[in-house]
Design a protein around this ligand. Structure first.
Ligand code: AMP
Length: 175
């Protein structure tokens, strides 16, 4: 089965020059969705993980399925203002301006082993912010998994440089 063929590419979305890698087509295909979740899990075999952290919003869909399969808890990393209890926040740079990501303060216990999941890693800004947030809360971020890597943007390498083993299921050239 060709998992890569299940991803749809939308040129010039959300702005000219961006090739948007749309995983909704993969999610809608039962075999492709299962395969993607299985492949995200594979490198985690034998690692004892307490929790999976997913980045809003596509990281929730994949991360929830991964957590269920691992028998681990799930931590939602959300956009500002969405979580109802006490939160910790981290600001991170976007191409223009900044954004902020939050987690509940009590979402991890010191030393818990966490697997970070998102659909795609590009510059790595989002994932590195997630790692900062989780580490700041005492989590041991053991690994990160993404369906898609855009290697030219260097995000996966930045995460590896930060000491996090990274697995990706496929790579696309360009932005
Ligand atoms: P970055 O922080 O640059 O690594 O961007 C990663 C985040 O932006 C992920 O949550 C992705 O879902 C989204 N993203 C960035 N570039 C793309 C793209 N070309 N296609 C789809 N999603 C993207």
């Amino acid at each position: 089965m060709d998992l890569k063929a299940a991803v749809r590419t939308i040129p010039d979305y959300p702005k000219p020059g961006i090739m948007f890698r749309d995983i909704t087509t993969l999610l809608a295909d039962a075999r492709a969705f299962r395969r993607a979740v299985d492949e995200l899990l594979q490198p985690m075999a034998g690692m004892k993980l307490d929790k999976v952290a997913g980045i809003e919003a596509r990281g929730f869909i994949l991360g929830g399925a991964v957590a269920h399969q691992l028998g681990a808890g799930f931590i939602p990393l959300r956009k500002k203002g969405k979580l109802p209890h006490k939160t910790r926040a981290v600001e991170y740079a976007l191409e223009y301006g900044t954004d902020s990501m939050e987690m509940h303060m009590d979402a991890v216990v010191e030393g818990e082993r966490v697997f970070l999941v998102d659909d795609l890693i590009a510059t790595g800004g989002t994932a590195l912010a997630a790692v900062d947030l989780l580490r700041g809360a005492g989590a041991n971020v053991c690994a990160a998994g993404f369906v898609i890597d855009l290697p030219e943007l260097g995000g996966a390498q930045k995460l590896r440089d930060a000491g996090i083993p990274v697995s990706v299921l496929m790579a696309f050239e360009g932005h």
